[in-house]
Write a protein that binds this ligand. Structure first.
Ligand code: FES
Length: 491
């Protein structure tokens, strides 16, 4: 029987996006049996050359190299205790398989002896002769040495380095790498997990272990009851996967309505000038109070000017929910925005306290496996960037396309970020458009989309000023895109 892999592991081993493999399953190029892909079919689609290109072999060689930095080893490998537990489980599995094989071998040898005796006892009976021949030939075939499949070997090695977690009842899956705990790993994979402090004191990340083992990674002040312990409950933020497969029972947020409003006093980490009229505000939350939000959502920022009272403005978060301590905002110079005026006047400096209230907004990624198309105008890039980072974490879309209209010549203030995505990811492409007239720019983007994308069944995410969003939405609708596939945020 061919060796089988989960889609997650196959994507890792082959160095392709999970969304690409899922697309091939939907198109019939790959068959999925009980959520598993056959190695033979994978190797037909992705011959050996691509396996080497995935870089896994080089990374394995690097791990063996003593000179390789400790930090990188920590990022890639779990602790010695966790490695020992996973190795022990794998050795046990190997011993079980070997024991079974020995028993089957003994059984076949006994059958062969019996058949030979039958041939001697009944020389004229062809049934005994056929049976003896069949058993002898079958045994010879089974004992013949076959070349070892490299993909199978790498999969076994990957199981020690990286654990796979399956979530019930949603069926979502994520990988646990290096020293990361279950909460960090789940968030980095784009899951909408329930949690609070992130450091073992609130108990909100409590989950039930259905199958597999966990290992504690840090002390927790929150005490699970004896009943909870007996039922298998554990804290995601204080544990990692000790076995290579783990099944957890937990509830995930289904949408913005499941995310509670939070108020957090953060501190300014940095203010960076990105363009003449755009600055990036980097806020950091306390270690024990992080912001739980969904990609694409906004928060209200409040700052107190000594002697002059409070200023408040709502901005979309430009960073990924997986980095819940570091919140980024793109702030445009705007005479009607008091907080922006103080930021551009250099009144808001690193170390200042800024209150974050939220999150709000419904502009979040919908479930699904369609190609994703993002269109932003000016600072509409902020929620779009958060959505793109979230989509990359989920790794479920077969392709991502970005169209970004700037109404000023230096308006593509995150051009480097777009280039980095494009260079690192085969499935990402982008187009930058500059036009002072928002409506004309939106029409140009619609034309570019028609040329590239309209034969595809895509989900479209639009963010920017009203005239940009409305123009582009009308163009998409008149081109036949269903209303349910267009998601818009007017800023
Ligand atoms: S998030 Fe608070 S205990 Fe885990």
């Amino acid at each position: 029987m061919t060796h089988q892999l989960t889609v997650w592991r196959a994507a890792q081993l082959l160095g392709v996006a999970r969304g690409v493999l899922q697309q091939q399953v939907r198109e019939g190029a790959l068959a999925l049996n009980d959520g598993l892909l056959g190695v033979d079919a994978l190797l037909k689609l992705y011959p050996q050359a691509q396996l080497e290109e995935s870089g896994l072999l080089e990374r394995v060689a690097q791990i063996r190299d003593e000179a390789f930095g400790k930090r990188v080893r920590e990022r890639m490998l779990p602790s010695q205790e966790v490695l020992a537990q996973r190795l022990f489980a794998q050795t046990q599995e190997l011993a079980d398989v070997r024991r079974h094989l020995q028993r089957y071998h003994g059984l076949v040898i006994a059958l062969q002896k019996r058949a030979r005796a039958g041939v001697l006892e009944h020389p004229g009976d062809s049934a005994w002769r056929d049976m003896e021949q069949q058993v002898t030939q079958g045994l010879a075939q089974a004992l013949a040495t076959e070349s070892v499949d490299l993909l199978e070997v790498l999969d076994d090695m990957l199981k020690i380095r990286t654990a796979q977690v399956t979530v019930r009842p949603s069926g979502h899956q994520f990988l646990v790498e290096g020293h990361a705990n279950l909460l960090q790993s789940g968030l980095h994979s784009g899951l909408r997990l329930n949690y609070g402090c992130g450091n073992g004191s609130c108990g909100m990340c409590k989950v039930r272990v259905i199958a597999g083992e966990v290992a504690q990674t840090q002390h927790s002040d929150y005490q699970l009851s004896e009943t909870e312990k007996a039922q298998g409950y554990t804290l995601m933020c204080c544990n990692t996967a000790a076995s290579s497969e783990l099944t957890l029972e937990l509830l995930e947020a289904s949408g913005p309505e499941d995310i509670p409003e939070q108020q957090i006093v953060t501190h300014v980490r940095a203010v960076t000038t990105l363009a003449a009229n755009t600055r990036m505000l980097h806020l950091q939350t306390p270690r024990t109070h992080r912001l739980r939000f969904l990609a694409g959502q906004s928060v209200r920022l409040g700052w107190t000017m000594p002697g002059q009272g409070d200023v408040h403005t709502t901005y979309p978060v430009a960073s990924c929910p997986c980095d819940d301590r570091n919140l980024l905002f793109y702030i445009a110079r705007d005479p009607a925005d008091a907080l922006a005026l103080h930021l551009f006047a250099d009144d808001i400096k690193p170390g200042e306290a800024i209150t974050v209230l939220g999150p709000t907004g419904e502009f979040v990624l919908a479930d699904g496996h369609r190609p994703l198309v993002f269109a932003a105008c000016d600072n509409g890039f902020a929620p779009i960037k958060s959505l793109i980072e979230h989509a990359l974490s989920l790794d479920a879309a077969p392709s991502l396309s970005l169209f970004w209209l700037a109404t000023q010549s230096d308006g593509h203030f995150a051009n480097n970020q777009c280039r980095a995505w494009s260079e690192a990811l085969d499935q990402f492409e982008y187009e930058l458009v500059t036009h002072a007239d928002t409506v004309v720019g939106a029409q140009q983007i619609a034309q570019a989309m028609r040329a590239d994308l309209f034969e595809l069944d895509c989900d479209f995410y639009l963010a920017g000023p009203p005239e940009f969003v409305v123009t582009l939405r009308d163009e998409l609708r008149s081109a036949g895109v269903a209303q349910a596939q267009i998601f818009a945020e007017i800023l």
